[in-house]
Design a protein around this ligand. Structure first.
Ligand SMILES: C[S@@+](CC[C@H](N)C(=O)[O-])C[C@H]1O[C@@H](n2cnc3c(N)ncnc32)[C@H](O)[C@@H]1O
Length: 269
């Protein structure tokens, strides 16, 4: 399969998954209207004082827009969300309309992000289960580079690639038979969603669209960012997770291995 075909297959899967984002739309609007922000504790250190430096934040793979609009609540003057799922973006648009937020929603494969956004972002933000759906990490980094203003900043808060290796059901660290190879370079096909995220949507797994994930190592991500011309400023690994990935594990044990990472890079002036 070509990369575009894989991404379109993923689009079908995420359009199905968007049902769960429709279901909590009103709850999310109230949360955001109350000034809520949806970030994990480690992210706040990297998203400080947005009001003073962030005119435009572009959120790649914005899903239902809650995180994008959390950037707005944190002080970004204008937010742009890019996503391949039109059904997700419809959810995001309802949120920004309800809030009167300065937001634009762009329906696009991230690799095809429209060029009118080039050189305009003070901040490109992404992560929380985003990079694994992109089949070309170098092309992705090239898009980030062109979207940033010179001097603009990329902030990734992403699932640590080590955290993707384990069986989700186990109560101890057990390599998953499919996902348990850190250096696997082939896309992995699967259908359906974990119970703690989206769930079965009221139908059996066999009736869900097949989606494809690609496991990027930490080195793959860092080298793609450097290769695109950005300067890496900081890389930090965190014990904090952004979702309940292994519900049967003792949370203290889970925190002994990295769950997420933060990467900050800038486009040179
Ligand atoms: C796990 S979500 C991102 C996390 C988000 N913070 C959330 O609220 O769940 C992944 C998103 O990536 C989007 N996506 C997957 N492949 C994409 C692609 N090639 N281009 C743009 N968006 C893509 C999906 O539609 C989905 O909305």
């Amino acid at each position: 399969m070509r990369i575009e075909e894989i991404h379109q297959a993923n689009r079908a899967g995420w359009n199905e998954g968007a049902q769960a984002y429709e279901d909590d739309l009103q709850e999310r609007i109230e949360f955001l209207r109350g000034g809520g922000t949806n970030f994990c504790p480690p992210e706040y250190a990297y998203l400080k004082n947005l009001k003073s430096w962030c005119r435009r934040a572009i959120h790649l793979q914005c899903a239902g827009g809650t995180d994008t609009l959390s950037l707005w609540n944190l002080g970004a003057h204008e937010v742009v969300g890019v996503d391949i799922s039109e059904r997700m973006l419809a959810v995001a648009a309802q949120k920004s309309e309800a809030l009167g937020a300065k937001a634009r929603w762009v329906h696009s494969d991230v690799l095809e992000t429209p060029h009118d956004l080039d050189d305009t972002a003070d901040l490109v933000y992404t992560g929380r289960g985003a990079l694994c759906w992109i089949m070309d990490i170098e092309a992705w980094a090239g898009v980030v580079f062109r979207l940033l203003k010179p001097g603009g900043r990329l902030y990734i808060f992403e699932g640590h690639p080590v955290a993707n290796l384990w069986s989700l059901e186990a109560d101890h660290f057990e390599l998953d038979p499919d996902y348990g190879d850190y250096f696997n370079k082939e896309p992995l096909a699967d259908a359906g969603w974990p119970d703690t995220y989206i769930g079965d949507l009221g139908r059996p797994k066999a009736e869900h669209a097949t989606k494809y994930e690609r496991q990027w190592t930490l080195g793959d991500v860092v080298n793609a960012v450097i290769g695109a011309g950005m300067t890496v400023k900081r890389l930090e690994e965190h014990p904090d997770s952004f979702w309940n990935s292994q519900p049967n594990m003792n949370p203290d044990l889970l925190r002994r291995l990295p769950q997420t990472f933060s990467l900050v890079a800038v486009r040179p002036l």
